[in-house]
Write a protein of this length. Structure first.
Ligand code: GLU
Length: 290
């Protein structure tokens, strides 16, 4: 009996020592309980315990800064999921404002580690950076004042009488040029959507065009003042921008997204943010591992 008890204690002690050694090893070589390849971006970020994220600061539901220093929204939550998978707490994320026009620049210039900012995946952008995702599909739409019945879709700009605002460096700013009669007099471009919303409010323009979900955020926030005019007329698959040559990091983020699609974190992130503004999340997209 006594012999048996001593033997059991010895076995427990051996197991404890083994576990400690194992934990110690993994701390040095793989970064705690995270098993990242040596030299990978994931390992570097985990070791540094800091993630630099570019996002929007003025888009309700996706990335908006309120009274605190931390932005809130669906994109912010997606970034937090990635940070969590890197073993980095949300409090260690460094948020940088990344308006539409500067998104490729902040990635190329290494000001951020990734961009999650209502960022449509397209080939022109892929010449400078790479995208993980998509993690959502939006579509371009038009926002007008609630009592305006004269604009019903992009064709309403064809006669040259209506003015529209969008943001420099965005896909909707390019797309709407196909519909306006005279770009110079009809299209106003600012660096952020807040400025477009203000221009619509003051009557400087008749409409704002960008992704439906961004516009729905403004419509919800400025209750009763604005509405959508018509249906979506493009597809805007949202991706996460990373450095062009970092295929490992891109692939790893794709796997994180797939995991979050499956385990409910993606849905929860949506429900707590942009999902409150009337847009559908839809089925989980298929990530594009190009
Ligand atoms: N998704 C579009 C884009 O990436 C419009 C939204 C934005 O400007 O962030 O250009």
């Amino acid at each position: 009996m006594r012999i048996k008890r001593v033997a059991t204690l010895a076995a427990v002690a051996a197991l404890t020592v083994g576990m400690a050694a194992c934990g110690g090893d993994s701390e040095e070589t793989t970064g705690g309980d995270k098993d990242f390849a040596a030299g990978s971006t994931m390992e570097k970020l985990h070791k540094a315990q800091k993630l630099r994220v570019g996002t929007k600061f003025d888009q309700p539901g996706f990335g908006q800064k309120g009274l605190t220093d931390t932005p809130e929204g669906f994109d912010v939550e997606v970034a937090k999921i990635i940070a969590d998978e890197l073993g980095i707490p949300a409090s260690k994320i460094e948020w940088t404002e990344a308006p539409s026009k500067v998104r490729e620049d902040v990635i190329v210039n290494d000001n951020v580690d990734l961009v999650v900012a209502t960022y449509t995946i397209n080939d022109a952008r892929k010449e400078r950076i790479a995208f993980a995702g998509p993690y959502y599909e939006a579509g371009q739409n038009i926002m007008v004042k609630a009592d305006d019945a004269s604009i019903t879709g992009p064709d309403s700009f064809k006669d040259g009488s209506k003015k529209v605002c969008s943001v420099t460096g965005s896909t909707p700013a390019e797309e709407i040029k196909k519909y306006v009669k005279d770009v110079g007099s009809q299209l106003t471009l600012f660096d952020t959507y807040d400025k477009c919303r203000d221009a619509l409010r003051s009557g400087q323009v008749d409409a704002v065009t960008t992704d439906n979900v961004i516009l729905l955020g403004y419509i919800a926030k400025d209750e009763g003042e604005f509405k959508l005019a018509g249906e979506n007329f493009t597809k805007e698959p949202y991706g996460i921008g990373v450095k062009k040559d970092d295929a490992d990091f891109r692939d790893w983020i794709n796997t994180v997204l797939e995991k979050a699609f499956e385990d409910g974190r993606w849905q929860k992130a949506w429900d707590n943010t942009a999902g409150k503004f009337g847009a559908e999340l839809g089925a989980a997209p298929t990530v594009n591992r190009y």
